[in-house]
Ligand binder design. Sequence first.
Ligand code: CP3
Length: 321
Amino acid sequence: MMRQAGRYLPEYRATREQAGSFLDLCFNPKLAAEVTFQPIRRFGFDAAILFSDILVVPHALGQTVSFAAGEGPRLAPRVDRDNVGRFSGSFDQAKLAAVFEAVRLIRAGLPAETTFLGFCGAPWTVATYMVAGEGTSDQGPARSLAYRDPETMQRLIDGLVDASIAYLIEQFRAGVDAVQVFDTWAGILPPAEFDRWVIAPTARIVAGVRAAVPDAKIIAFPRGAGTQLERFIDKVPVNAVGLDWTMDLTFARERIQSRVAVQGNLDPLLLVAGGDALDRGVDAVMEAFRDGPFIFNLGHGITPEAPIANVERMLARVRGG
Ligand code: CP3
């Protein structure tokens, strides 16, 4: 599941309390490893995902990152034309030493048959937070900057491409089996901008990582890409793509899964609803993708409100069918 270690689990909430802030938890290798293991212990998932956050990269680029309780992330100062040089060329990987230590602890503690995923945010999505300084509903600040001053956006994206390549290579060296690149805000861009800010940077990351780790397995998740996903896989040679829950299943089977493995795409709110709606949602996804390369997953992160009984119900149905 996306965000499989999270607030819907009582054991996560207990560890989180012990850690202090959310970032304290991300940078505490023992506790980050512990919360990574929790959903594996409870549900026996086939894959574990490193517990961290995409916004540790802006932290290593020099921004001050914090998570205000109940409010989401805050980054300061906001990146603009005057300061972009300070936040695009100074990736200090030593600031992420605790993440690599967590990767080593997780690798050592995971069952051998459990796949271990590392990750980073895609440059566009990370840039949206670096420019706005917070989460917004439509990423207006980053879209406006990209139209008004594409040179500044390009400098920021280029810095993020380089940082992401180095960061993912180091995760492989520390022990992950595969990585996922999260582009949560890909779908808000029109085609020309999608090509420039989503496709091109992600293609450079894939090439850069594979130059150091030739057989690197990479999953991309350009959320909201819709039919643009076809152009995405034309240009970005990933091993799998994550599908969000709005994706048309027939289009995905015929145009995407015929060429590359797919992952997804149950609406996370079906885990809150439960009952027949959940069963029908699971069946639709399983039915659409069962004959090709496929990883069952949610179409975005699990919500804190999801009852654990509904997660169990979903798993029983997926494993039974
Ligand atoms: O999937 C996992 O279990 C691995 C851990 C993981 C987290 N964030 C933990 C987290 C991963 C892969 C992410 C990725 C991430 N972080 C993305 C891309 C994927 C997506 O979900 O869209 C984005 C956009 C972020 C940035 C981020 N982190 C935001 C906007 C927020 C606040 C929103 C919220 O739900 O509170 C976070 C916080 C965050 N990251 C939490 C978790 C478990 C909740 C924080 C808490 O425990 O209080």
